[in-house]
Ligand binder design. Sequence first.
Ligand SMILES: [Zn+2]
Length: 426
Amino acid sequence: MSFDLIVKGGTLPDGRTADIGITGETIAAIEPRLDAEAGRVIDASGDLVSAPFVDPHFHMDATLSYGLPRINASGTLLEGIALWGELKPLLTHEAVKERALAYCDWAVSMGLLAIRTHVDTCDDRLLAVEALLEVRKEVAPYIDLQLVAFPQDGFYRDPTARENTIRALDMGVDVVGGIPHFERTMADGTRSVTELCQIAAERGLRVDMHCDETDDPMSRHIEQLVYETQRLGLHGRVNGSHLTSMHSMDNYYVSKLLPMMAEAQVSACPNPLINIVIQGRHDTYPKRRGMTRVPEMLKAGIRVGFGQDCVLDPWYPLGTADMLDVAFMGLHVAQMTSPADMRKCFDMVTAENAAIMGLDHLGLEVGKRASLVVLDAGNPVEALRLRAERLFVVSRGKVVAERPKRPTRLALPGRPAEVVRRHTLP
Ligand SMILES: [Zn+2]
């Protein structure tokens, strides 16, 4: 027996030590020990081998545009949207594509191999849609890129958004998006959820809406999203992004809402870095965190992932395509600090995010696609603590990124010569 690639001796997220044999683009074997020839052998002994990171919520048409044409002074969502509106007419096809491809390079280096990006459809030229459709094709050999038709300025509020969103779907955009809390009235928001879900049902597409991204506890569009999912039989195909208003909702109402979400299999994708930065901006003290109710949703049986949302754009001045940063912030804001909860946060940025995107081919199992990451950490919680380096990134059986381990050299009398900051629990 021989393989194209063997990843040897790594620790899997469940704690097993295993050799992973890869043939072509597929995981052909996972055994405690593989004695076989291989085109290349990666020594992963002592290191964590994980399924790739997945980001189910991103804005690739805006990424790496921070400072263009100016910086968001208030830090609010609404100024970010206004700023993006100033930048939009200045965008060129080439610039959008170049920034998106540069971001995809960062993503690969961080082991982030599947991304769902919203693309703004409120532009009669649909320039970003065209650019990102080309990017989707170019990165297909190494990144699963899903596009969401996203009417940023409101499906009804913007005069041509409806028509342009439908055009974008005709052009091959994968998922139906929306922004009900930004429509002119609650009623318009409700109506937009209904029509967008109908469009998705007719076309056999998934739905992923920016939903209730506000501190207003009366923003309850998630209720309509759940209702339409039930009515149209879209179970397991609908995701509610952000859902920040739920942080501020009445507890009794939430106790009714969460079981309905679970019943309709509507998943949730908070974006911790962005939620903690953008929500609560109108508060004095005490200042709300604004992130949705993650532990409560998990307890109710709702699938929850963590998304990144923004990197260096009108809404967020930082970011490095590191889903461990996202999970790290998420576990702090949600106070998910028990060992089991921290472990869950790692799963959320890998397996759970993949499930939200419907990517059944990802995962460390025989027969699945040979995409994985070797991390400079002993286990998932340590990977989170260290925001561990990606030593090897394998996509579709090919090593697409690698870097050497780099311990820090110390010059301290009587102390070790090197430090790595790994720690074995007693
Ligand atoms: Zn977003």
